[in-house]
Ligand binder design. Sequence first.
Ligand SMILES: [Zn+2]
Length: 131
Amino acid sequence: MGIWHRRSSSSGKSPPSALAIFVEQIVERPGQRAACHLKVAEYQDFRAALSARLPGHGDPDSGLVELLAGRLVGVCPTCQMRLSAEYLEWLFAASLGLPAQRSKKAARFARGQCVNERCSSTDILLHWEPL
Ligand SMILES: [Zn+2]
């Protein structure tokens, strides 16, 4: 009920999501640390939202990996596994491939699960850690 009440009282415009705020922070204040708690399955929404804000966003991959490399870190809130931006991007690319060609870890990522086989988390913390 709470959600419906908030929505109806907010003059038609829903408040920005945590994901939108995180993307905004990276674009507007790239020199400051930021963090966001997402579902693993929302990683693709994160990169889509971010690449839409980059110059030359007609090309979905223009400069995205270069921007994220060494700055974005994914951390599983349950098993504390750390995933570099390069690895996240590799998992994302692999998750788009044919299921038969996915590695076990990429298949777990594609299902929105932590890549650690002993972990049942479907959440990921994204940390923006500028140099
Ligand atoms: Zn985990």
